[in-house]
Design a protein around this ligand. Structure first.
Ligand SMILES: [Mn+2]
Length: 502
C-alpha cells in the first residue's frame, strides 16, 4: 500500500493531476514520450531535440508552439540546450566582476570586513598567500607529463593533459608513490633531493596484531588523495620542495637483521644531507631509524615521541619488539634520554618495566590529560624545550598513529580509547616541527583493520603537515617569499634561557 492512500485514492490523485489543462496533458505526454496527438508526425522520436531552440526556429517535425512558456528553461546549462555564445554547453557567458584581489580589499557593504584582514583571519591570510606561491613546479610537471606521457587526444581541450597519466591527476590513476612524487629507482641519486620517503614494511616487532608490513603500501595508496597544496598552511610542496620516494627497504624477517637493513637505508639518506621520512612499520623501527640518523649529527639528538605508549622497556618476549625502541635509542651515545620527550602517554596498555626505565633515565612524559589541560601550544613549547635542551643539534620526530583516540585509528595494532583528536595532534605536530627536524617516522599503520583508510590517512596527513611546517619555517626546501603578516594562530616561540648555542 504505502503513502497513506488506498489504491483507489491514488488513482484519483493521478487523474486529477493529468486533467489540469489540455496543454499540461500534452506536455506531460511529451515528457513521457508517448503518442498522444492527432496531428500526423507529431510523435516522440527518441534522440531528436524536438522543441524550439534559442533563435525560435522550430524543428520541421514540430507542430505549432506550446505557448509562451515553452521551452520551459531556455538557458538550461547543458550541452542539450547550448547557449548561442557558448556552443560547448556553458549557458551563461562569463561576467566582469570588480577586482578585490589586493590585501585588505573587501566588497563595499560586506557585513564583516574583518574576514578580509589577513592579519587576523587565516581564511584571508591563506587566500593572499596562495598568490605568492608561484607555479614553476606545476609547469615543470606539465612539461614532464607531456614529454613522458604524450600529448592528449585531439578532442581534449585542456592541452596540459597527457595521454598517459604521469602527474597528480587523475588522483585515482597512476602508480602509487607517496603523494605521486618521483620514484627514485637509483637510490645513489638521492643527494639531488631535499627529502626522501622510505617505506619500512616491517611487523615482526608487533606483540598483538600484526600487519604493519602493509603500512607503507596503505599510506602510499591513500596519499594519492592529496595534492601538494594546503590552503590554510599557505604552502605548495610542488613549488617549494624537491622530494622523492625511494620505495621500500628490503626488510628481513629477523629483528636484528631487519634493524640493520633499516639503519643502513636511513643512514644512506641522512648522510647525503637529505631529510628521511620513514613509513612504518611497527614501532620497533624507532631504534634503527634513530641509529641511522644520529651518526650524522654533530652533537646530541633530541627525540619527540608522540604515542599512547612509552615503549622504553629493554626487551619484550625476549626480543627488541615495538615496546622497546626508546630504551635502545637512548643508549646511542649522542641520543641521551634527557632529550627524549614523550607526548600523549596513558591508558591500559602500559607495561610497567618501561615506566621504570623512564623514571630512572629522566625522560620527560606528558600524558594526554596533561596536554589537554595545558593545551597543545604549551605542550609543544615544553616538547621543544626538552628536545632541544643541553646543546642538542637536531631533533627526530616519531609519530605513532595510536596516539589518536581509537575511534580515529582502527587500523593499528594497539588501539586505545581516549587519545588525541586529529586536529589536536596535527597542531601539535606542526608546532613541534617548527624548529627543524633531522628525520621523521610514522608508525603502526596496519591496514587490515582500517575500515576506510582513515588510519593511513592520518599518517599521510602527519607527514604533509610536518613537511609544510619545515618549508614554511625555512628548514627544508625553499621558503616562498612573503609580504604578508605572519600567519594567524601561530604562537610566538618563547625560547628558554638554557637554549642551545648557535
Ligand atoms: Mn603506540
Amino acid at each position: 500500500m504505502g503513502f497513506g492512500h488506498s489504491h483507489a485514492k491514488k488513482r484519483q490523485l493521478v487523474r486529477r493531476v493529468r486533467s489540469v489543462t489540455k496543454a499540461a496533458q500534452h506536455d506531460l505526454a511529451h515528457v513521457e514520450g508517448k503518442e498522444h496527438h492527432e496531428a500526423p508526425g507529431h510523435g516522440f522520436i527518441p534522440g531528436v531535440h524536438h522543441h524550439g531552440d534559442q533563435a525560435g526556429a522550430r524543428s520541421p517535425l514540430h507542430a505549432p508552439p506550446h505557448g509562451e512558456n515553452w521551452p520551459p528553461f531556455p538557458n538550461l546549462p547543458s550541452s542539450h540546450h547550448p547557449h548561442p555564445a557558448h556552443q560547448q554547453g556553458y549557458a551563461w557567458p562569463s561576467v566582469e566582476h570588480a577586482d578585490y584581489s589586493q590585501v585588505g580589499h573587501a566588497p563595499p557593504g560586506h557585513p564583516h570586513p574583518e574576514t578580509f584582514d589577513p592579519a587576523i583571519r587565516q581564511g584571508a591570510w591563506a587566500k593572499y598567500r596562495e598568490a605568492e606561491l608561484g607555479a614553476k613546479g606545476w609547469k615543470e610537471e606539465v612539461d614532464r607529463c607531456l614529454e613522458y606521457g604524450l600529448e592528449a587526444a585531439p578532442s581534449i581541450k585542456d592541452r596540459t593533459i597527457s595521454t598517459f597519466a604521469r602527474g597528480e591527476l587523475p588522483h585515482f590513476a597512476g602508480i602509487n608513490t607517496f603523494c605521486k612524487t618521483h620514484y627514485l629507482e637509483n637510490v645513489k641519486k638521492v643527494s639531488g633531493y631535499d627529502a626522501a620517503v622510505i617505506g619500512v614494511p616491517f611487523d615482526i616487532g608487533t606483540t598483538y596484531r600484526s600487519g604493519t608490513r602493509f603500512g607503507p603500501q596503505a599510506i602510499r595508496r591513500i596519499s594519492a588523495l592529496y595534492g601538494t597544496y594546503n590552503y590554510e598552511l599557505g604552502v605548495d610542496l610542488r613549488e617549494s620542495l624537491k622530494w622523492c620516494d625511494l620505495g621500500d627497504v628490503f626488510a628481513i624477517a629477523n629483528i636484528e637483521k631487519g634493524f640493520d637493513q633499516i639503519s643502513k637505508a636511513v643512514a644512506h639518506v641522512r648522510s647525503n644531507g637529505v631529510f628521511p621520512i620513514m613509513l612504518g612499520g611497527d614501532h620497533s623501527i624507532g631504534y634503527p631509524d634513530v641509529r641511522g640518523v644520529a651518526p650524522y649529527i654533530d652533537g646530541p639528538v633530541g627525540i619527540i615521541h608522540i604515542d599512547r605508549h612509552v615503549d622504553t622497556q629493554e626487551t619484550d618476549m625476549d626480543e627488541r619488539m615495538h615496546t622497546c625502541p626508546w630504551f635502545h635509542a637512548t643508549n646511542i651515545p649522542n641520543a641521551p634520554p634527557i632529550n627524549l620527550v614523550q607526548l600523549g602517554i596513558g591508558g591500559w596498555q602500559a607495561p610497567r618495566p618501561g615506566v621504570k626505565v623512564g623514571r630512572s633515565r629522566g625522560t620527560t612524559v606528558l600524558t594526554i590529560e596533561d596536554i589537554v589541560m595545558m593545551g597543545m601550544d604549551k605542550a609543544a613549547e615544553i616538547a621543544l624545550d626538552v628536545a632541544w635542551s643541553n646543546g642538542a643539534k637536531a631533533v627526530f620526530l616519531s609519530f605513532d598513529v595510536d596516539s589518536l583516540d581509537a575511534g580515529f585509528v582502527p587500523g593499528t595494532g594497539w588501539p586505545e580509547p581516549g587519545g588525541f583528536l586529529p586536529r589536536e595532534v596535527l597542531r601539535l605536530l606542526r608546532l613541534v616541527a617548527r624548529e627543524g627536524l633531522c628525520g621523521m617516522e610514522v608508525v603502526e599503520v596496519a591496514p587490515q583493520y582500517d575500515a576506510g583508510d582513515q588510519t593511513a590517512l592520518i599518517g599521510t596527513r602527519a607527514i604533509m603537515d610536518v613537511l609544510a611546517t619545515l618549508v614554511n619555517e625555512g628548514h627544508l626546501g625553499t621558503k616562498p617569499e612573503t609580504k604578508l603578516p605572519p600567519p594567524p594562530y601561530w604562537p610566538e616561540r618563547r625560547k628558554p634561557k638554557t637554549k642551545k648555542k648557535k
